[in-house]
Structures are given as C-alpha cells and as structure tokens.
Design a protein around this ligand. Structure first.
Ligand SMILES: Cc1cc2nc3c(=O)[nH]c(=O)nc-3n(C[C@H](O)[C@H](O)[C@H](O)COP(=O)(O)O)c2cc1C
Length: 413
C-alpha cells in the first residue's frame, strides 16, 4: 500500500473516532457530524434536534426542540397526561385502528381544504385548541400564536387561562377567535368572562366540561422536581398566583372563588344560552348519550375531547369516541374533535368519520416553545401539506366529498 493511502486511511479512522466523541465537539458541529454519520444501510437516520423551523420534517421534530428550550417544569406541564399517561398514548394508538381506503384516477391537481364553521370560512380544518399559560412557553405567548394562525387562515380558540387578553389576541389574529370558558364555581365570574368575550367580538363560546374536579398530572410533577428554579420567582401557587398572570381575570373580585366547578350540570348550559348571543360549543364530550343531551339542551356544537389525555384516565382515544358522537348528533350540529392529532392522515380519518374540523394542542405549542411565531407557522404548514397530500392520495378534492367510505374501522368484525 502506498504511504499516502495509509495516511488517508488513518485520517479517516481518526475522523470516525472524532465523530463518535461528543466531548470534543460543540453543539452545532456535533449535530452536523451526527447527521453525516448516524446512517447505517437500511436504517432510518435518527433526526438531530432541529435548530430552525425549516429543518423540521414533521411536527414531532418540534417536541425535542421545545424540550431543549423549556425549563423542566414548563415542559412537564406541556407534556403531561394523567395517572399513567395511558389515555395520552391511546389517543395516538387510536388512529391505527382506522385505515384509509384511497380511490384512484381522480383529478386531484387542485384540492380545497377550506371549511365553514358557523358562517365563517377557514382555509384549513385544523384549529388551534385552547391552551392556558402560553407565555410559559415563549415570551410572545398567545400573540405569536394568533399572528401565525391569522397569517395561515386558521381558527384559534383562546383559553380562559391565557396569559394575554382576548382583546389583544383578537387584534393580533385579525379574524374572529373563539373563547374557551372555565366557568369557575361562581356565576358572577362566569358572567363577567362571557360578557367580556362577547364584547371582544368572539362569535363562539367553548365551555370545557371535562375538568370538573382537578386531575392527577404525575408526569408534570416528576418534571417539576427536576427543575431547580423556584416557581415563586415567576408565579405564586393557588388561584391568586394563577390569576396574577391571567388578564381575563383583571378587575374581578376573586375572594372565595374556586377555579374548578364540581357542581356544574346541564342547568349551566341553559343559563349560558340565556346569557349570551354567542354560539355555545361543549368541549370534552366523549359519548353518544352526552351528545344526545347536547342536542336536547340546545348546544350549537361539540368538541369530542379528552383534553389531550390530561383530564380523566379513560384509556379511550377520542378518534374511537367520534363515531358514536357523530351517530347521536345526526348532522344537527358540527362535531369537532381533538387529542393526539399529529399527522395529515389523522386529520383525514377524523373528517372521514364525520368531524367537521379537528383541533391541535401540543404540536403548535411545541412550535411556539421552540421558535415562537415562525415555529407555529411551520407546524401549520407541515400539517396542511400532509393533509392535502392525503386528500390527493385518496382522490378527495374537497371536504364535502370526504365521507365514511374513505375509512375502514378495523375494530368491527
Ligand atoms: C399545555 C396545555 C394547556 C391546555 N390548556 C387548556 C385550557 O386552558 N382549556 C382547555 O379547554 N383545554 C386546554 N388544553 C387542552 C387542549 O385544548 C386540547 O384539548 C388538547 O391539547 C388536544 O390534545 P393534543 O395536545 O394531543 O393535540 C390544554 C392542553 C395543553 C397541552
């Protein structure tokens, strides 16, 4: 062997050694090397943590980036399910029980994914679900989300627990947003929240009904233990601490008020209907029986939801709950669904099962935590692209043409 060839072979071996030694490489250099060397034939290369929105290949890529950027306690709040996180996992597994039945030889050069909800047309059936405390993920919080949603033509639902006011978010979005209500245990507070959302121009009130009595968020508590920062430097514990950073409660007398509402019953639905001209949507319905009651109590719409596996540990995915709710409603009101949506195929399956639109929570919050507004925009772009690609593959050119015939329920004998 020539001396130069031996030297080259030594150099290659030395470089391979370096590539396998994280200690001598700085963050970005190490990521570059990992990208170049992780592949062995036949193996899917593991993705490095993305350092810009454009690097993300799918929405899962934002989760690792969010985890890297967030304090442990805040990531725990974002990631947690309840008890063993079984419902959180079930939400993802549920989609595999439905298979897509694609139709061929349809002209799919143009597809239209727009959807109409209560008289308003949105570019996409992907809605940004309400999530509290978004400034815990990024200093721009709900404003960054509103700008991204508005720019991309998506509906945004603002949480009662938002760290930005409904008026500011409405302005940043540019279009009508929906307001999500946690009613508390005091009608005076409920009434004030509803009237403020109405005055801000929200056309729809979303009453969340799946958290009457608290929850057991073990994963969150484990992450919080790892966090060395004192929580009290940002927020105080309890309701007073909670509302200090929540502008929807500004100016309200909160002495003696409880944030949970264990006494909430169907009577509250009637009272809310009599109080506001906004449409009333119930979020957290999971059974046909409750869907029937929604119809009977004059509810205007339903979001099938288990709070992203953060409410009760039912062990049941929402995509599996969806058919019985759709069946009970019989087209009398729009049914939306959330919890576990991460892929365009997930969106396709739910819409084929009769959902009018779907909501996402964690994916856009990962995008927000990782990169602010551009991160949220990229999450929406990826999901829209995947969904429209699925429409094309299945031969569906508009949402009106998407029906039950496009999915097979493999749970049925
Ligand atoms: C960090 C976080 C905060 C949330 N806050 C609220 C809230 O204030 N009100 C509400 O109705 N739902 C809330 N949710 C539930 C979402 O609206 C939605 O149901 C859920 O995130 C959908 O599941 P996914 O995260 O798997 O997409 C929250 C979810 C997360 C992840």
């Amino acid at each position: 062997m020539q001396i130069s060839a031996i030297r080259a072979s030594h150099r290659r071996r030395f470089l391979r050694f370096l590539a396998g030694t994280p200690l001598v490489l700085s963050g970005s250099a190490w990521r570059g090397v990992r990208r170049a060397t992780a592949e062995t034939p036949g193996e899917i290369p593991r993705s490095p943590v993305v350092t810009s929105p454009g690097e993300a290949i799918n929405v899962f890529d934002f989760e690792a980036a969010a985890r890297e950027k967030l304090p442990a306690a805040h990531f725990g709040y974002l990631a947690t399910g309840v008890d063993d996180d079984a419902t959180l996992r079930a939400n993802r597994e549920g989609f595999s029980k439905f298979q897509i039945r694609p139709r061929r030889l349809v002209d799919v050069a143009t597809v239209d994914a727009s959807v109409e909800l209560f008289g308003q047309t949105w570019r996409s059936p992907i809605v940004l679900a309400p999530a509290g405390s978004q400034k815990a993920f990024h200093p721009d919080g709900e404003i960054a989300v509103a700008r991204a949603a508005g720019a991309k033509g998506h509906l945004q639902i603002l949480s009662t627990g938002a760290t930005t006011s409904v008026e500011a978010v409405r302005t940043a979005h540019g279009g009508p947003i929906w307001f999500q209500l946690y009613p508390t245990d005091t009608w005076r507070i409920t009434h004030a929240l509803v009237k403020r959302a109405e005055a801000a121009g929200c056309p729809v009130l979303v009453l969340t009904v799946d958290l009457p009595a608290g929850r057991n968020t073990e994963t969150e508590r484990r992450f919080t233990r790892r966090d060395t920062r004192p929580c009290a430097s940002c927020h105080q514990p309890g309701l007073q601490g909670f509302v200090r950073r929540k502008p929807m409660f500004d100016g309200l007398e909160l002495a003696g008020v409880g944030f949970l509402s264990p006494r909430l019953t169907w009577d509250a639905v009637r009272r809310l209907k009599d109080t506001t001209r906004m449409k009333l949507v119930l979020k957290g319905i999971e059974t046909g029986e409750d869907a029937e009651l929604c119809v009977r109590h004059g509810v205007d719409g339903i979001i099938v939801s288990n709070h992203g596996g953060r409410a009760e540990e039912s062990g049941r995915s929402t995509v599996e709950c969806l058919p019985e709710v759709v069946n009970a409603v019989q087209g009398r009101m729009p049914v939306l669904v959330d919890s576990g949506f991460r892929r365009g195929t997930d969106v396709f399956k739910a819409l084929a099962l009769g959902a009018k639109a779907i909501c996402i929570g964690r994916p856009y919050l990962w995008g927000l935590a990782a990169f602010g507004q551009p991160g949220v925009e990229r999450v929406l772009d990826i999901l829209n692209w995947e969904f429209e690609l699925t429409m094309r593959h299945a031969g569906v050119t508009s949402l009106a043409k998407l029906d039950r015939s496009f999915v097979l329920d493999t749970r049925r004998p």
